[in-house]
Design a protein around this ligand. Structure first.
Ligand code: NAD
Length: 360
């Protein structure tokens, strides 16, 4: 199979590309605009494979997208390209409307035209897999329920509203034009190669530099955490085994308050890099001392939690990592991959590619 992946240089997209190249015999065409979130260093371990191709293309650019489809003739499409950071969507929603809504619309139209031109066998095989988030369901504050595939949409932020819009468009293209789509809605991911503006990598890198660990509000927001490689396996399973027109929720059964996540991280770092061992004149006794509470994000949802029983029951997927094992792997990865982090922090990842030297 040839799989066209949009957003394959991002956090989850790169995990998907590494999974396909390392664990299957399929080919990948990575279509990515390389925004600040796109990092080709994250693909250094697979980019030399003859089953991997890269196209620097904006999904809003219809002519270029059509050219990519004609050149590569994909069997399947996985759509992960998006603006993904909630805080950035509050500061500047325009890019979210453009990529997440207009970009998804453009991809749908290009897929529809391409799919209509395929022979019967290729048409039957074709799938567009739209990758979305649990944030479209809104806030579970005051409820001990879980998001199911039937939960009504009630997005709170410009990010989640733009993702909800894209989900609606994808469903409409299936219902109206018969385009064979599958949709997944996943909880918060964490793991290696995560851009350091997100909670877990930000806390690890700040702690190592003895900078404050900023926690929103009281840190009592609850998220359901999933290790990114478990997500990549789930996505490949839905792409290849999911039923057309269906939605699958993906989650890790790891509901934790943000402050619990930060405490667990601090304790892990305390065990792995005790402060005095790494700096002679260390001002910190315990990494927990660096925690500072900052003004909460406007419209911050209090609780998200996923019911992942459908994908477990119908497709036999279950996460392999617990939060403890996944978080330990993540911290060890950040400790081992100083070059990747330094190049993100000094911006050089956007100027030139690191060779195959990045550790897996
Ligand atoms: P990310 O921000 O790390 O990566 C997004 C990628 O898309 C980047 O490589 C970027 O360059 C690319 N991109 C952005 N605009 C583009 C455009 N116009 N054309 C082509 N490429 C473009 O995001 P992520 O965390 O990897 O998330 C991937 C997908 O998964 C998103 O759709 C997101 O909504 C969804 N999701 C993320 C999470 C999470 O916890 N990170 C959870 C559930 C769902």
């Amino acid at each position: 199979m040839k799989i066209l992946v949009t957003g394959g240089a991002g956090f989850i997209g790169s995990a998907v590309v590494r999974h396909i190249i390392d664990q299957t015999q399929d080919n990948v065409v990575n279509v990515d605009k390389l925004t600040y979130a796109g990092n080709l260093d994250s693909l250094a371990t697979v980019s030399e494979s003859d089953r991997y191709k890269f196209e620097k293309v904006d999904i809003c650019d219809r002519a270029s997208l059509e050219r990519v489809f004609l050149d590569h003739k994909p069997d399947l499409v996985m759509h992960l390209a998006a603006e993904s950071h909630v805080d950035r969507s509050i500061d500047g929603p325009a890019a979210f409307i453009e990529t997440n809504i207009v970009g998804t619309y453009t991809l749908l139209e290009v897929c529809r035209q391409y799919w209509n031109g395929l022979n019967a066998e290729a048409r039957a095989r074709f799938r567009l897999h739209h990758v979305s988030t649990d944030e479209v369901y809104g806030d579970l504050e005051g409820s001990d329920g879980l998001f199911t595939e039937q939960t009504s949409y009630a997005p709170s932020s410009p990010y989640s509203a733009s993702k909800a819009s894209s989900d609606h468009l994808v469903r409409a293209w299936n219902r109206t034009y018969g385009l064979p789509v599958v949709i997944t809605n996943c909880s918060n991911n964490y793991g290696p190669y995560h851009f350091p503006e997100k909670l877990i990598p930000l806390m690890i890198l700040n702690a190592l530099e003895r900078k404050p660990l900023p926690v929103y509000g009281k840190g009592n927001q609850i998220r359901d955490w999933l290790y990114v490689e478990d997500h990549a396996r789930a996505l490949y399973k839905v792409l290849t085994k999911g039923s057309v027109g269906e939605t699958y929720n993906i989650g890790g059964h790891n509901e934790l308050e943000n402050i619990e996540v930060v405490h667990t991280l601090c304790d892990l770092l305390q065990e792995l890099v005790p402060p005095s061992s790494s700096q002679k004149l260390d001002t910190v006794n315990h990494y927990r001392d660096l925690i500072t509470f900052v003004k909460d994000r406007p419209g911050h949802d209090l609780r998200y939690a996923i019911d992942a029983s459908k994908i477990e029951r119908e497709l036999g997927w279950v996460p392999q990592e617990t939060f403890e094992t996944g978080l330990r792997k993540t911290v060890l990865w950040y400790l081992d991959n100083h070059d990747w982090c330094a190049r993100v922090q000094d911006g050089s990842y956007q100027r030139e590619r690191l060779g195959a030297g990045v550790k897996a």
